[in-house]
Design a protein around this ligand. Sequence first.
Ligand code: C2E
Ligand code: MG
Ligand code: MG
Ligand code: MG
Length: 277
Amino acid sequence: EAKRRGGSSWHWYSSNLDAGMQQQVELRTHLQEAIQKEQFELFYQPIVDSLGKPRAVEALVRWNHPDKGYIPPNDFIPLAEATGQIIAIADWVFERTCRDTKALVNAGLDSVSVNFSPLQFYRDDFIENVAATVRDYGIEPGQIVIEITENVFMRDSEHMINLLHQLRELGLRVAIDDFGTGFASLSYLNQLPVDGIKIDRTFISGIDNAGRNSAITRGVLMIAKELGVRTIAEGVETEGEREFVVTHGSDLMQGYLFCRPQPLETVLKWVAEQDKA
Ligand code: C2E
Ligand code: MG
Ligand code: MG
Ligand code: MG
């Protein structure tokens, strides 16, 4: 509002800020209701190997709002992380993931990935809670892959690395999500107790048309292979991108080119169809 300078501008900004805060307070209240009424759904997106065979899925939460329809996670997870509501949502997500894992594994998949927020790692009962849920649903711990972003290492990385070791001792697997966008660097890879990295979509997008991304991604793929860390290329949208990452040794791929995130039943059907093809 460049036009509105002078005496009234403070008030303008001030009331605008209030409106923003008002919205946040409202969203927080609605989110609390969503938690109580369990207005969440898990969608699953397939992860395929270099031959296009489905090998895994990633669980992605949606808020199915009674009036607004599906609200994507980026529109409510950040607030839930700020308010602590993420803990209740995460409990629901992990329970549902474990509950659905049996059907997904029976369909022929190796594992189910699930996103964890940094805050979850600061619960006193974090490891016990994860172990109990996996046990309750009678699944093999190795069928679950916990996805974390590099940012979890920003705060007390020693604590975090210790917990990752414990998760892996339980038999769960760990992958670094959005690799390349955050705090960790390639030089950390051999110090972190992780099984895989997911190369962020920003590095994959347009990768077949040369540019800097292709050099970075080739380097990451090479080093990860050398260190025995599994690689997943995220956000593969075109045949050119697919071909590039396969040629340069990406183990797995995920993206709209193969399949969008879908409800459980739809993904199970999709997996069955791929097997026939
Ligand atoms: P993410 O974990 O990196 O998940 C991948 C996101 O990329 C998903 O967005 C997916 O729909 C999208 N995607 C997949 N393939 C393509 C593609 O080819 N093109 C494009 N443009 N996008 C693609 P979504 O479902 O909106 O999730 C966004 C983020 O929200 C996730 O990023 C994750 O960080 C977070 N999130 C989702 N579910 C959960 C959850 O249960 N807990 C937590 N803590 N975070 C979650
Ligand atoms: Mg993820
Ligand atoms: Mg990601
Ligand atoms: Mg992401």
